[in-house]
Design a binder for this molecule. Structure first.
Ligand SMILES: Nc1ncnc2c1ncn2[C@@H]1O[C@H](COP(=O)(O)OP(=O)(O)OP(=O)(O)O)[C@@H](O)[C@H]1O
Length: 218
């Protein structure tokens, strides 16, 4: 469903040239749960940003459900991204002045779609935060805020979730709980999931583990 072919991403020139990605091929199948593991600076975030259409490759192409990103206009890519990809980042990026329900449903509303209340309630229940529906972000623990961020990523019913170090700011127990939820989301909603991590224990939770080093899979 999501494919990256011959991906390269170079920054700078001459002496300061950085080959953040240097020829990566990746194929993510429908409903697959993948982790990408590598040390700091190995190119993990760069790869995730390219796959999510947040940045352009220097070379290579990315195809989501048959659509080649490089053939799309900027607004078409924005719409594709909003409807088909859910992002989860290390920092939860919740809006402080909105409650949990508003945070989760805001992107759906921005896209001009009506919120499917039953689906949102199901997500909240699967993620174990039904009782926090009207809480404000500052009333939640880090782990709970990350669950809200996962719920928000699921709200538009995307086909794939891309998560960049989603457990990076959490203690071990909350990190494990968040990974349990990704497993549950993968099984319950049949979403493809890509989780980036530098932590072997986190990465082990996926069905398939890809190791990246110096911008290449090893
Ligand atoms: N905008 C940029 N300009 C120049 N170099 C960059 C830029 N973004 C990333 N890089 C470089 O590209 C390489 C890969 O960075 P990337 O952020 O993808 O690594 P990472 O594996 O996600 O690291 P971390 O685990 O520390 O987040 C690094 O050497 C980084 O310094």
């Amino acid at each position: 469903m999501l494919e990256g072919i011959g991906l390269k991403k170079y920054y700078g020139k001459g002496e300061s040239l950085v080959k953040a990605l240097d020829g990566v091929d990746i194929e993510i199948r429908d409903g697959e749960f993948i982790s990408i593991i590598g040390t700091s600076g190995s190119g993990k975030s760069t790869l995730l940003h390219l796959l999510g259409g947040l940045d352009n490759p220097t070379e290579g192409k990315i195809i989501l459900d048959g659509k080649d990103y490089s053939k799309l206009k900027q607004d078409e890519l924005t719409i594709l991204r909003r409807r088909h990809i859910g992002f989860v980042f290390q920092s939860y990026n919740l809006l402080k002045l909105m409650n949990v329900y508003e945070n989760i449903t805001l992107p759906v509303g921005l896209d001009g779609n009506t919120v499917k209340k039953d689906y949102i309630d199901e997500i909240l229940s699967v993620l174990g935060i039904s009782d926090k529906k009207y809480a404000m972000p500052n009333e939640l623990s880090g782990g709970q805020q990350q669950r809200v961020a996962i719920a928000r990523a699921l709200a538009s019913n995307p086909s794939i979730i891309l998560a960049d170090e989603p457990t990076g700011n959490l203690d071990r127990k909350s990190g494990k709980a968040v990974m349990d939820l990704f497993t549950k989301v993968n099984e319950t909603f049949q979403k493809s999931i890509v989780v980036i991590s530098h932590d072997e224990e986190v990465a082990q939770r996926a069905e398939r583990i890809l190791h990246i080093e110096d911008g290449r899979f090893i």
